[in-house]
Design a protein around this ligand. Structure first.
Ligand SMILES: [Mg+2]
Length: 363
């Protein structure tokens, strides 16, 4: 089998009403890989809030796509190495990591379709349903909206709910978390997300007023670049730290592990160089007794969790409009069933590209 063409574009997708308080849209860098045997792979990278999507597309088109044309798409590891090592002076983090991720996801989609297996089974499945947590709780929600969202997820059977703690006043965050915790009752445990907004002393103050709430984790306390600071927080607070959504390679995750900077690792398959690298990160975490809870894009992250014994929860967040994908895996009783379709199981709806394609078009 040979890759004959890769069609790429940026889709701009509107967010739900509540999320729009923070972000009007997200962008999706899409790479549809065609082969001479008629099998097509869908690769994409979700660029949350949209910033940088055009740069991801430019790097993918100019530097990565030419490396794949004419190659056998089922030799994923070899092609991953070719892309990862293609530019000596551009590290595969940030924009370049997101570009490589989209193509790796598309290559695996082809490999799964060629093998007639869903990816988690191709990788050696551990389960076909993955528990999920409801995620949202944005800082701009009023308390009523916050509780309504948490209860909506609980109504879907989710036993975990995650909310932002973005108020500069630690006690204001405490009041919001406590209000949600009370509304949800003992059947639902909670996580909180700092989204890199605090420094070390700020985190110590914040965590100290949350420690009695039996939180599952305390997420992304400091700037993702500063692993030393994350380790300092993790060593000083009593809530387990989770991080990794802005880490890109096995090497960054190795450092997080070695410095004991997190008890939960959260690679994002659309950032951390695709399924290939995320699986390696998952196995590395297993060697250290650390659970992996992939960031966002639950509709494809479930394939990774379904193949990892140390996979924990996927992040249920309704980031996509209902007419983007053909079939979106649903949450039932707090679990997402992994589609039994070959590959990653996701396909764009007919018409989605023309409806959501950003100006500047498709190459
Ligand atoms: Mg987060």
């Amino acid at each position: 089998m040979k890759i004959t063409a890769i069609d790429t574009c940026v889709l701009t997708v509107p967010t739900s009403r509540q999320m729009a308080l923070e972000f009007p849209h997200h962008k999706l860098v899409v790479a549809e890989i065609a082969t001479d045997e008629g099998i097509r792979g869908l690769g994409y990278s979700l660029v949350f809030s949209g910033g940088g999507a055009e740069s991801v597309l430019a790097y993918l088109d100019a530097r990565l796509k030419p490396l794949l044309i004419g190659e056998d798409p089922t030799a994923v590891e070899r092609l991953w190495e070719k892309m990862y090592r293609g530019d000596r002076s551009v590290r595969r983090v940030g924009i370049a990591g997101m570009a490589l991720s989209a193509l790796d996801i598309g290559l695996w989609d082809i490999a799964g379709k060629a093998a007639k297996l869903p990816l988690h089974k191709l990788w050696g499945a551990v389960t076909d349903r993955v528990p999920c947590y409801g995620s949202g709780g944005w800082g701009k929600y009023g308390e009523k909206d916050l509780i309504a969202e948490a209860e909506r997820y609980a109504g879907m059977g989710c036993r975990y709910y995650k909310m932002k703690i973005h108020d500069p006043d630690p006690l204001a965050n405490r009041r919001r978390v406590e209000a949600v915790n009370k509304a949800l009752g003992p059947g639902v445990r909670m996580m909180v997300d700092v989204n890199q907004k605090l420094d070390v002393p700020g985190n110590l103050r914040q965590a100290a007023v949350l420690e009695d709430l039996d939180l599952v984790w305390y997420e992304e306390p400091v700037l993702a670049d500063d692993i030393a600071a994350c380790a300092e927080v993790a060593g000083a607070i009593r809530i387990p730290v989770a991080t990794g959504e802005n880490s890109y390679t096995r090497y960054e995750f190795r450092e997080l592990i070695e410095r004991k900077a997190a008890r939960y690792l959260m690679p994002d398959v659309c950032r951390a160089n695709g399924f290939s690298e995320t699986l390696k990160i998952g196995h590395l975490a297993a060697a250290h007794g650390i659970a992996v809870s992939p960031h966002l894009v639950y509709e494809i992250s479930i394939q990774v969790c379904g193949a990892l014994a140390n996979g924990f929860l996927v992040e249920l967040m309704d980031w996509m409009p209902p007419d983007l994908f053909e079939e979106i895996p649903a949450c039932k009783e707090g679990h997402v069933r992994i589609p039994d379709r070959p590959g990653h199981g996701m396909a764009l709806q007919r018409g989605a590209v023309s409806k959501y394609r950003s100006q500047g078009g498709r190459s």
